[in-house]
Design a protein around this ligand. Structure first.
Ligand code: SF4
Length: 367
C-alpha cells in the first residue's frame, strides 16, 4: 500500500507502524515529516516548551551496560550538587522564562537521597513563584526506580511529572543490557505506581540498540499507547566506550546514519500514532548531528531540554560519548537555544509549563 494511504488512516495497526518505520525513500520520509508536523499543530500546537535540565548527581547504584555513569565505571569522578547550586540553576531557569525544570540523576533509593530531592523540590517551588510563574517552575523528576511511598513524597512536595524510561519493551533485550538485579517487571511496576499517584508520566526507549529490530520499536510504540503515557523522551542509542557495550562499537559506528534516521522516524510515527502527548527532541539527537534536535522538532516533537548543569558537573555526567554543549557558558545557552528553535519557524513558549494535553484528556475520561 502507498505510504500516503497508510499515513491517512485513522487507526494504525502494527503492520502499518512497521511500514512507516521502514520508510526508506526521501519522498516518503518527507511525507511522514510533513504529516507528523501537521498532526502536532492540530493536537498540541506549534509552541516549543523548555525544560531546563539539571543533572544534579552522577552517583548511581545501578550498572546498566550502556551507561557512562554506571557504578562500575570507577574512573569517573562522582559529584552531587549542593542544594544551593541546584536552587541557583532553578532560579536562573525561572528568570529566563523556561517555565519548567527537570531534576535528573543517577539512581539512589536511600532515604537521605530522597530527603534531599524532596527538599530541593519544595525549595524550588518556593523560590520560583513570581508574577510570571504564579505556581513556580513546573518540576519533572528523572531519578529512577523508587518505592511508592518515596514517589508519593516527591509528588506531595511539588514535582508533578516523572520520566522513567523503559529503554526497550523487548524483555529479552532489556535483560541483555541490564544486570540480573535490574528487572523489567520492576520498571513496569514503577511506571504504574507513578500513574496511580497522579504524575504526568513519561517514558521512552533507546533507538538502534544492537540486536533491536523494527518490530521491537513497533512494540515500543504500542506499549506507549497501552500504558497511556503523557510524555515521550526517546532518542538514538549512543555508545559509551567505558561500558560493556563497547563490544558493539563496530555495529554502532557503521550504523550511525541509519540510527539517526530511525530516531527521527520514531518521533514522526509516535506523533501520528499518539497525537496529543508531549514528545522531546532529545540531546542525543544533537550528539549525532549538530541540528538533530531541530530536526526532531520538524518531525513533530514539542519539548526541548536545554542543559543547565554547571559545566564542571556536566562533564562528569556523560551517559554516552560525544555529549554536546560541554564548552558553552550558561549565560549564552538561552540565546543559543531560542535562536536554534526559532530557526525552525517555531515559537518558544516562555513562562509556560506546557503540560501534556494527553494527561488532561485522560483525566477527563477517568471522571
Ligand atoms: S542508565 Fe540510569 S540507572 Fe542505569 S546506570 Fe545510568 S544513571 Fe544508573
Amino acid at each position: 500500500m502507498p505510504i500516503l494511504d497508510i499515513i491517512n488512516k485513522i487507526e494504525y495497526s502494527k503492520e502499518d507502524l512497521l511500514e512507516l518505520l521502514s520508510i526508506s525513500s526521501k519522498d516518503d520520509l518527507e511525507l511522514l515529516k510533513k504529516t507528523a508536523y501537521e498532526i502536532m499543530k492540530q493536537y498540541v500546537g506549534e509552541k516549543v516548551y523548555l525544560r531546563g535540565l539539571i543533572e544534579f548527581s552522577n552517583y548511581c547504584v545501578n550498572d546498566c551496560f550502556y551507561c557512562g555513569i554506571r557504578k562500575s565505571n570507577r574512573d569517573l569522578p562522582r559529584f552531587i550538587l549542593s542544594k544551593n547550586e541546584i536552587l541557583d540553576s532553578a532560579l536562573w531557569c525561572a528568570q529566563k522564562g523556561y517555565g519548567s525544570v527537570v531534576l535528573q540523576s543517577g539512581e539512589r533509593n536511600d532515604e537521605a537521597f530522597v530527603d534531599f530531592v524532596e527538599e530541593c523540590v519544595r525549595d524550588i517551588k518556593k523560590i520560583t513563584i513570581s508574577d510570571s510563574l504564579p505556581n513556580g517552575l513546573g518540576i519533572t523528576l528523572c531519578v529512577g526506580e523508587l518505592s511508592y511511598a518515596q514517589y508519593k513524597r516527591l509528588y506531595d512536595a511539588g514535582a508533578h511529572r516523572y520520566l522513567l524510561r523503559i529503554e526497550t519493551t523487548n524483555r529479552k533485550l532489556f535483560e541483555q543490557i541490564h544486570p540480573n538485579n535490574q528487572s523489567y517487571d520492576k520498571r513496569i511496576e514503577c511506571l504504574h505506581m507513578l500513574k496511580e499517584i497522579g504524575y504526568y508520566v513519561g517514558t521512552g526507549v533507546m533507538i538502534g540498540l544492537p540486536k533491536q529490530t523494527i518490530e521491537d520499536l513497533v512494540n515500543d510504540l504500542v506499549f506507549f499507547k497501552e500504558l497511556d503515557v503523557d510524555m515521550i523522551g526517546m532518542g538514538p542509542y549512543l555508545m559509551h566506550l567505558s561500558t560493556p557495550m563497547k563490544e558493539h562499537k563496530d555495529y554502532f559506528f557503521d550504523n550511525q546514519k541509519e540510527i539517526y534516521k530511525l530516531s527521527l522516524k520514531m518521533i514522526g510515527v509516535a506523533r501520528l500514532y499518539l497525537k496529543d502527548v508531549n514528545i522531546a527532541a532529545t540531546t542525543a539527537l544533537q550528539a549525532m548531528y549538530p541540528w538533530g534536535r531541530e530536526e526532531g522538532l520538524l518531525f513533530g516533537a514539542n519539548i526541548i531540554m536545554p542543559n543547565l548543569t554547571p559545566m564542571d558537573a556536566r562533564k562528569n555526567y556523560e551517559l554516552y560519548n560525544g555529549k554536546p554543549c560541554l564548552d558553552e557558558f550558561q549565560g549564552d545557552c538561552f540565546k543559543c537555544i531560542t535562536t536554534r528553535i526559532e530557526s525552525t519557524g517555531r515559537q518558544v513558549a516562555l513562562n509556560e509549563w506546557g503540560d501534556s494535553l494527553h494527561y488532561i484528556s485522560r483525566k477527563r475520561q477517568e471522571l
